[in-house]
Design a protein around this ligand. Sequence first.
Ligand SMILES: [Zn+2]
Ligand SMILES: [Zn+2]
Length: 274
Amino acid sequence: MIPATEVRILAGLYYIMEKVSYHTHTTISDGKLSPRELIECAIEKGFKTLAITDHYTRPSGISSSGWGEEFYTDEDYLEMKSLQKEYADRIDILVGAEFEWYFDKKDWLFGEINRRVYDIKIVSIHQIFVKGKYYTINYSDDIFEEVLDVLEGDVKKMVAIYYETLREAVRSGWFDVVGHFDVIKARNESSKYFSEDEGWYKEEVLKTLDVIEEVGIKMEVNLQGFDKPCGEQWPSKWIIDEAKNRGIELVVGTDAHDEDGLDYNVDEVEKILN
Ligand SMILES: [Zn+2]
Ligand SMILES: [Zn+2]
């Protein structure tokens, strides 16, 4: 289980009480540092808590950019458990994973999630299933546009598929945290594909927040978006405000893939939350 969150509300203002990241990657998936190197780096940077949440392996037969079937082996998991013990007097390590939702591989996923005990299970959508194929929608403009082409330019449809996939994942009740809630906006620099002010977009978001509230899952404020074309955190400020109004619990994740990413923009968090 995730310990008490670092986000505290005092007199209506949100404060970050300690340096943490509930979302990081190592060489177990697509990160650059080994788990030990990341932990050492976190201690050096003054972190009190570090969740290591590598991408979980994907089922065979599903092609995707940057995701390996070799991610997160049993050996990796055991190494993490042993590092957690070894460093226990210096830093709280949470052994976690970032899971993808495969609507047609639910039995496989359920079995995999329950094969090991995790301190934190994040569910994030990176891939959507469109006309018989999975596409990774946040990595490149090319893939984003390819999906749009397949949907004959219907961006509303694409956004709807994304949020419906996320709602289905949340409804399962299998996870602790929703990762990068609106990563669908990753390529949406200067609202070039859609405007978040439009009613149809707001409706998709609010419907999804309703499900998050109902299920009682936490939502992360993910800082990696600053480094992407959208140029800001996930989720957008107005979505964070809606989540706060609903009493949805927020956690901070830097989604680090290297040393610099570990505390990337953590100083911005209080500003974002208030
Ligand atoms: Zn992710
Ligand atoms: Zn991640």
